[in-house]
Design a protein around this ligand. Structure first.
Ligand SMILES: [Zn+2]
Length: 245
């Protein structure tokens, strides 16, 4: 039986649900600014005081621990898009990333260009990585960044079917080939300011690993992350991508 007061509660819930839907549609438009260009992928919302540091191609035995130190020293949480194959080989390091409160996302198993891969291969790359990450951390990944940002509708559709939200970025430089941390930080600052002028938060991508060569030097990228934290810690909130869902 539903009492009159309970009906009132249900009516109230209905109104709240409608408001929620409207807010959801607004959030969708705000969070997915490039949706017509990129397909449906999370980029960055209209929150000028927020900044997301994201790191691709790890975990890396040499550079990920150095990065974790810098983030911990500054109480900054970041998002790590891990390669399943590297994660499986270094489960302790993956657990350290998770234990420090960082968000872990799926960056495929072996870093192929998924724009040229069959649907079966895409599924295998994503599933295998999801299973490895869940086995190591006990947490199911909710975000996926395609290797090389390579996208075609099938890549994002398959990711979404698996409960993974596709993520791109809006601030990038070729940090993997730039030897100067100062130049990397300057380029990313310029990109961040550009996004700010357009009304968007910054979704910054750096690399703490090398998908081709695990021994690649990532010191410039890791140092650049520290420089960006110094530059923005007084004015910005560093968020993980789940803050933007
Ligand atoms: Zn990558």
């Amino acid at each position: 039986m539903i009492s009159p007061s309970a009906t009132g509660v249900y009516a109230g819930l209905g109104a709240a649900a409608c408001a929620g839907l409207a807010a959801g549609a607004f959030a969708y438009a705000a969070i997915w600014p490039g949706s017509r260009i990129f397909g449906e992928a999370l980029v960055a919302p209209k929150r000028l005081d927020e900044l997301a540091l994201t790191f691709d191609d790890g975990p890396n035995a040499m550079w990920t621990p150095r990065l974790l130190e810098i983030l911990a020293r500054n109480s900054v949480r970041a998002t790590f898009f891990l390669l399943g194959s590297r994660a499986e080989a270094q489960p302790e390091l993956v657990r350290r990333i998770a234990a420090a409160g960082h968000l872990i996302g799926n960056h495929s198993w072996s870093h192929p260009n998924l724009a040229w891969s069959s649907a079966a291969r895409i599924r295998e790359e994503l599933t295998r990585t999801n299973e490895a990450l869940q086995q190591i951390t006990g947490v199911r990944a909710k975000f996926f960044r395609p290797p090389f940002g390579a996208r075609r509708p099938a890549v994002f559709r398959i990711a979404r079917e698996m409960g993974l939200m596709p993520v791109l970025w809006n601030a990038m430089t070729s940090d993997w080939s730039e030897p100067s941390a100062e130049r990397i930080a300057a380029q990313l600052t310029k990109a961040t300011e550009g996004q700010r002028r357009r009304g968007h938060a910054a979704n910054i991508v750096l690399h703490d690993g090398g998908h081709r060569d695990p021994a690649a030097n990532r010191e410039p990228s890791v140092t650049a992350a520290g420089l960006l934290i110094e530059r923005y810690k007084a004015t910005h909130r560093f968020v993980t991508l789940d803050a933007w869902r």
